[in-house]
Design a protein around this ligand. Structure first.
Ligand code: XUL
Ligand code: CO
Length: 439
């Protein structure tokens, strides 16, 4: 087996924060934070599509990325070389998980049968590499958006043949996810939406999407797949409007169609910001509804209106993200999947390592700051105090469901002056700064 990154050694932690070059300055895999190792708390995952298949192209120019395995003699040889390179990257970075679409790991054939055969061959190699290294599958999914057949969508296509084809593809992707012990299975509906309502039967499309998901739930029961189903919301891109717009609309969809007990969410930072929310907002909506499953860890550029999928280095967002994770008691089946790619100009193979190390350090720092926020309880106490009017008196009657408009009117008519307390946003923001700087 060829070593693809002979000039890259295993990336190690150093406590010398000013040390130059490729190392972890914050991520110390075995260090305990909140009673668990950083490795257990963060559950980092490599996104196969970006790291192994991405070429660094953009709408104005072709790929720039130097990826030595891309020069293999045939698509299947390349797929095998990619597997070796992927496991080398994960081992050198100490990344314990990966995620893939069916078509990332094995090339599409001329027929579905051939595609399935290609997939089976690569899956057995992946399985062997997983057994040799102990690296696990965080989630699998199916690519139902690249091939032109999905031009009108997959389960929401106006063409029933496409619905059927998509079902067959997801059936197979679920089987291989189970075969590889995947902890979750993701639905991201990039083309499950519309370009114009002039040609769209929205009710039928959403009914069909729900039928499709019920079929997946039934098939999981049939084959004994006990991974968690996840919906990954995104408001737009590639479609103008995508039905899984954000977590809140996802919850409404799942509840409308009786799917809410089978699904949680895979929340992606850059998707939340495209929906006009902060990352923390979508994470919190998922958490308070008991539906935060896993996270696609990246960040967008607020000056650009698309999904830039950058590696997450912004410490405010990593801290507030980890605060949500700690508040739900940590990950169970989920983890932090780097759905991120180095910039087009970061084209060298080594940039893969620098980029992941930057994201891992960003999240390690965020974890430490979030744990300190939890331990000190300052922010939580502030919030509890802010709502203390509901702990006794009329507030308690409201909370206990004992008040009604008439009793509240009687109370309000007797009120003298209403006194509010300050929201103290600036003070809280400065405390957040201190937590980040102090760990
Ligand atoms: C696209 C995206 C996908 C999903 C998996 O924006 O995030 O790669 O994570 O299909
Ligand atoms: Co994603």
């Amino acid at each position: 087996m060829r070593e693809y990154f002979a000039n890259v050694k295993k990336v190690e932690y150093t406590d010398d924060r000013m040390k130059q070059g490729l190392c972890f300055r914050q991520y110390n895999a075995d260090e305990l934070v909140g009673g668990k190792t950083m490795k257990q708390q963060l559950k980092f995952s490599l996104a196969y599509w970006h790291t192994m298949c991405g070429e660094g192209s953009d709408p104005f120019g072709p790929g720039t990325a130097k990826r030595p395995w891309q020069s293999a003699s045939s698509p299947m040889e390349m797929a095998k070389e990619r597997v070796y390179a992927a496991f080398e990257i994960m081992q050198k970075l100490g990344i314990g998980y990966f995620c893939f679409h069916d078509r990332d790991i094995a090339p599409e054939g001329t027929t579905l049968k051939e595609s399935n055969k290609n997939l089976d061959e690569i899956v057995s190699l992946v399985k062997k590499m997983m057994a040799d290294t102990g690296i696990k599958l965080l989630w699998g999914t199916a690519n139902l958006f690249s091939n032109p057949r999905f031009m009108h969508g997959a389960s929401t296509s106006c063409n029933a043949d496409v619905f059927a084809y998509s079902a067959a593809q997801v059936k197979k992707a679920m089987e291989v996810t189970k075969e590889l012990g995947g902890e979750n299975y993701v639905f991201w509906g990039g083309r499950e939406g519309y370009e114009t309502l002039l040609n769209t039967d929205m009710k039928r499309e959403q009914d069909n999407m729900a039928r499709f998901m019920h079929m997946a739930v039934d098939y999981a029961k049939e084959i004994g797949f006990d991974g968690q189903f996840l919906i990954e919301p995104k408001p737009k891109e590639p479609a103008k409007h995508q039905y899984d717009f954000d977590v809140a609309s996802g919850i409404a969809f799942l509840r409308t169609y009786g799917l809410d007990s089978y699904f949680k969410f895979n929340v992606e930072a850059n998707h939340a910001t495209l929906a006009g929310h902060t990352f923390q907002h979508d994470l919190m909506v998922a958490r308070i509804n008991g539906m935060l499953g896993s996270i696609d860890a990246n960040q967008g550029d607020m000056l650009l209106g698309w999904d830039t999928d950058q590696f997450p280095t912004d410490l405010y967002t990593t801290t507030l993200c980890m605060l949500e994770v700690l508040k739900m008691g940590g990950f169970t089946k989920g983890g932090l999947n780097f759905d991120a790619k180095p910039r087009r100009a970061s084209y060298k193979p080594e940039d893969i390592f620098y980029a992941h190390a930057a994201g891992m350090d960003g999240f390690a720092k965020g974890l430490k700051a979030a744990q300190k926020i939890m331990d000190d309880g300052v922010l939580d106490r502030f919030v509890t105090e802010r709502y203390s009017s509901y702990a006794a008196g009329i507030g308690k009657e409201i909370s206990d469901g004992k008040a009604d408009f008439k009793s509240l009117e009687t109370y309000a008519l007797d009120l003298k002056e209403i006194e509010n307390s300050s929201g103290m946003q600036e003070y809280l923001e400065s405390m957040l700064n201190e937590y980040i700087m102090s760990v």
